[in-house]
Design a binder for this molecule. Structure first.
Ligand SMILES: NC(=O)c1ccc[n+]([C@@H]2O[C@H](COP(=O)([O-])OP(=O)(O)OC[C@H]3O[C@@H](n4cnc5c(N)ncnc54)[C@H](O)[C@@H]3O)[C@@H](O)[C@H]2O)c1
Length: 354
């Protein structure tokens, strides 16, 4: 089925069970695919273009150095500027392939065929492409929306359980941004992920991205849980997966929201969040490791001291509210520190109870 998106939206979105080759580009195209998916792709009768690249890219290699050989390869082929690049894989591969497509010949068209739940539910939509720098996640990139997104549930059958759970966090994030507590509670229960949740999350994200493609206002709400999440992810040396880090960031944001005097949460929501996260407690870095990473946030406010040194005074945050859309606030590092402390103690208490 084709998802209804706002009129003029840059990306056509298809949600299918099986891959359909009629949705591939009509003209010349090439592919960058996760080698784990190669067999499933060919078994489904999907064509392999002559100059396809089958790669394996872990999060630690989400770097500019990874895409340079791809660009050199396309230049040798040579890939024409009217050709389309198809990305087949999880969020790391699709972010990098989109970035490479934005750079090659100053921008060629691309399609995204996400194969992890996280990429289907979030990363593949919205036109943000990127790579990590030593200083932090996604610090280099471009807005370059794909022409088409095709998410096929059949690909999820080979996705490891930990990565299915990882993707669930971006769905829960969406429910909390919307203030849809019932939906959040449903997704926090045990039980399989429903594809209808992905459909709902993509429809919501398409609306937000269409209204604010360059993240100058409303789109920042999509970063709920990400400021603390990115810091925890990097501080764990990427032992925490992206979605897991966002999950921890969501619980931290709920604590920040409560401490800022916002409406309290339905009984049990914080408990469910904590219960799903408690096994990650050993990977949560101490506050001293998180602060420098939070301070590097693109939207942090700094003040100069008399000795010429600068210190962060405010860090932007998105706060969830039950029954209402999330809001943005700038909060001092002390507020974040106490949320981090409460996060750790809650996870440890929950671990003792379990
Ligand atoms: N661009 C955006 O708006 C946006 C939004 C959210 C996240 N992201 C990015 O997405 C990345 C995380 O994506 P991810 O969680 O998909 O991680 P990932 O790309 O590392 O994929 C997870 C693992 O699953 C494997 N895999 C993928 N699909 C599979 C399948 N169908 N069967 C078996 N194995 C499969 C991959 O090889 C990898 O080992 C992060 O780098 C994050 O920054 C981007």
């Amino acid at each position: 089925m084709r998802l209804a998106t706002p009129s003029g939206f840059a990306t056509e979105v298809f949600l299918l069970e099986k891959p359909d080759q009629t949705l591939l580009p009509e003209g010349a195209w090439t592919l960058v695919g996760d080698e784990r998916l190669r067999e499933a792709w060919t078994r489904a009768g999907m064509p392999e273009p002559e100059h396809a690249l089958w790669v394996s890219v872990p999060e630690e290699e989400k770097r500019l150095r990874t895409v340079i050989p791809w660009l050199e390869h396309w230049a040798r082929v040579p890939l024409h500027r009217d050709a389309t690049v198809v990305a087949l894989g999880g969020g790391v591969l699709t972010d990098l392939t989109g970035l490479a497509a934005s750079l090659f010949l100053r921008g060629v068209a691309w399609q995204v065929w996400p194969t992890s739940l996280l990429a289907m539910a979030d990363a593949a939509l919205g036109g943000k492409t990127g790579a990590d720098l030593a200083a932090g996640k996604n610090l280099v990139g471009a807005f370059h929306p794909p022409r088409r997104l095709v998410a096929c549930t059949d690909f999820l059958t080979s996705l490891p359980e930990r990565h299915l759970e990882n993707g669930r966090w971006e769905l829960i994030k969406t429910a909390l941004i919307m203030g849809e507590m019932g939906w959040a509670m449903e997704m926090l229960q045990e039980g399989p992920v429903k594809f209808a949740w992905v459909e709902r999350a993509l429809a919501f994200k398409a609306g937000v991205v269409h209204r604010d493609p360059r993240e100058s206002g409303e789109r920042r709400l999509l970063n709920l849980g990400h400021t603390l999440g990115h810091a925890l992810e990097a501080a764990s040396g990427y032992q925490l997966l992206h979605g897991e880090s966002v999950g921890l960031g969501l619980l931290g944001s709920c604590f920040l929201a409560e401490e800022q005097g916002l409406k309290s949460y339905p009984a049990g929501l914080l408990d469910l969040l904590a219960r799903r996260l408690t096994h990650l407690a050993p990977l949560v870095a101490p506050w001293a490791d998180c602060l420098p990473l939070l301070a590097r946030d693109k939207k942090a406010v700094r003040a100069a001291h008399a000795d010429g040194e600068t210190a962060v005074t405010q860090i932007q945050c998105v706060l969830p509210r039950p029954g209402e859309p999330a809001v943005q606030r700038a909060l001092p590092p002390q507020a974040w520190e106490s949320a981090h402390a409460r996060l750790l103690s809650t996870l440890h208490q929950e671990g003792v109870r379990a």
